[in-house]
Design a protein around this ligand. Sequence first.
Ligand SMILES: *Cc1c(COP(=O)(O)O)cnc(C)c1O
Length: 467
Amino acid sequence: MHYISTRGAAPTLGFDEVTLAGLAEDGGLYVPQSWPTLTHERMRALRESSYAELALEIIATFTGPAPGREALAPLVARALERFDHAAVAPLVQLDDGLWFMELFHGPTYAFKDHALQFLGPLFDHLLTARRARCTIVGATSGDTGSAAIEACRGLERIDLFMLHPAGRVSPVQRRQMTTVHAPNIHNIALEGTFDDCQAVVKALFADTAFRRRHALSAVNSINWARIVAQVVYYFRAALALGAPDREVAFAVPTGNFGNVFAGYVARRMGLPVSRLVIGSNTNDILTRFFETGTMAVEPVVATLSPSMDIQVSSNFERLLFELLDRDAAALGELMRAFAETGAFTAPPKVLRRARALFAARRLDDEETCAQIRATFESSGQLVDPHSAIGIAAAQAGGCPSPLVALGTAHPAKFNEAIERALGRPAPMPAPLQALFDIEERFVTLANDVAAVKELIDARLQDKIAAA
Ligand SMILES: *Cc1c(COP(=O)(O)O)cnc(C)c1O
C-alpha cells in the first residue's frame, strides 16, 4: 500500500514510513494512493468476528507488507488489552433508530485510546526494526496528552515530552498525565495557553539541528495510523446494525476532523454510510463551512466541551483533497490562502459534494447541558458534553436511521458540564478516583522555546551520547 501527499510534492511512502513521518515533507497530509475496498461478502463474514479480528482485517488492508499481518496481529492484540469492556466498544440503544457507541472504555476514558493504544506499540515495533529511537513532542489541551502518555509509558525506544498549558486543563486531565511515573514520560506545564504550547512544539520541529539530534516525531491527529485504527469501530457498529445490507448513519462530535474522517474512509472502503452528521460547539468553523462554503478562522472560545475548542481542523485537508478530485495544486492554493488570510472559499462543486454526505449542527453550552439532561431523562444514559453535541446533531432532523452517535468520552471526565446539567456529578470510576492519591510529576516552564529545548537536551543527554 502506497501513500501520497495531499500537496503532491512529497515522496510516495509505505505505511511504516508514513506512520513515523506524521506530516509530509511538503506540508501536506498522507492519504492512500487508492482506496482499498471490502466486498459485501467479506463484510458479511466479518459480522461474526471478534473486535480484534475485525481490527486486524481493517488495519492490514492499509499496512500492506510493513508491517504484514503476522507482525500486526500482536500489535492489535496489545492495543485492545487495556480496554475494560469485553465488547471493546459496546453499542447501546437510546431510542427508536438511535444507537450510542461507547468509545471510552480504554485506559484514559476517551475515544483517543482507540488510536493511540495502537500507535504506541506500532511505533515501538517500527523503531525496533530500525534499531532506532525517537522523541515524541506534543501539545495537549487534555485528552490527547493522557492518551499518548498511556500509550507510550515504559516503551524503551521512545521518550515523550507533553506540554500542557499550566492551570488550564482540568484536575482529572492533568492527573491522568502527571501521575504516570515511567522514566520515558516527561510532563511540562507551560506558563501560557494551549496555542502557546503548540507554537513551542512547532518551533522545536522548525529547528532542524534539534529535530535531527533528538529524532523528533509526533503522534497528533494527522497521523495516518490513528485514522486507520478509528475506521474499525465504524465497521463494527454498521455491521452490527445490518450493513452491508442496510445503510447506517453516524453522528460525530468534531474538533480536528480526525474521527469523522475515519467514517468517510469506511465509506470509501464500501461500507454503506448514508450520512455523517457533525456536531460542533461554539467553535463552529466546520458548521459554518457546511452552511456557506467558506472556511474562516475566528478566535477560540472556551466551552464545556474543551476537546473541541479548535478553529483549524487539520484533517479537513484530507476531505478537501478528495472533493477536489485529488487536485493537489488546487488544494495547495486553498491552503495557502487559508494560512495567509485565515479564510478560503471552496468551489461550488466541492460544497455540493460535501453536503451530499455531511450535515453539520452547532450547540452552545446551554444547549449542550439541555441535551445531557434530555438524554438522561429519556434513556437513563449519562453522556459527556462532547457526546451530547453529537446526539443533538443527530436528532436535529432529517437524519436517516439507523443512526449511531459516537460516545467520545466518559462523563466523569467532564463533570463541570454534568453538574451544570443535572445538579450532581457523574460517578467517578475507581481508577480515575485513585489518581487523586498519586504524587504528580511535572515541571513548570516559562513560555520560552529555549527553556523547553534545554530541558529536553538535559533529560536526553545520556541517550544521545549512547547513540
Ligand atoms: C478529541 C476529542 C474530540 C474531537 O475529535 P476529533 O477527531 O479531533 O474531531 C471529541 N470528543 C472528545 C472527548 C475528544 O477527546
